[in-house]
Design a protein around this ligand. Structure first.
Ligand code: ZN
Length: 93
């Protein structure tokens, strides 16, 4: 199943909870946004691997900035510099 970034997460079409998947429903065949629970009941069997899983994961740039901030907090400047790579470390601070 492919993961795609979606923030904020859409609403589950079945229970109006927070959706985690966009996948075909059993029987109906129509695609729907589904939360984890509804996906287990209405979406997984027979359609495993079909559809998309949502993640709210931030962009790689933000992740990198967080990693660098954590490295600096831990006093590991060498790690922070290597995480910045070709970029300017100051851009991440
Ligand atoms: Zn639901």
């Amino acid at each position: 199943m492919k993961t795609i970034v979606k923030n904020p997460l859409p609403t589950c079409d079945i229970c109006r909870g927070t959706a985690k998947y966009d996948a075909p429903t059993i029987g109906r065949g129509a695609w729907a946004y589904m939360c984890v629970r509804c996906y287990e009941v209405h979406g997984s069997a027979g359609a495993a691997g079909v559809g998309f899983e949502f993640t709210t994961e931030a962009t790689p740039e933000t992740d990198r900035a967080e990693e660098i901030a954590a490295a600096i907090e831990n006093g590991d400047i060498d790690l922070a510099v290597s995480l910045a790579g070709d970029g300017d470390l100051l851009d991440y601070l």
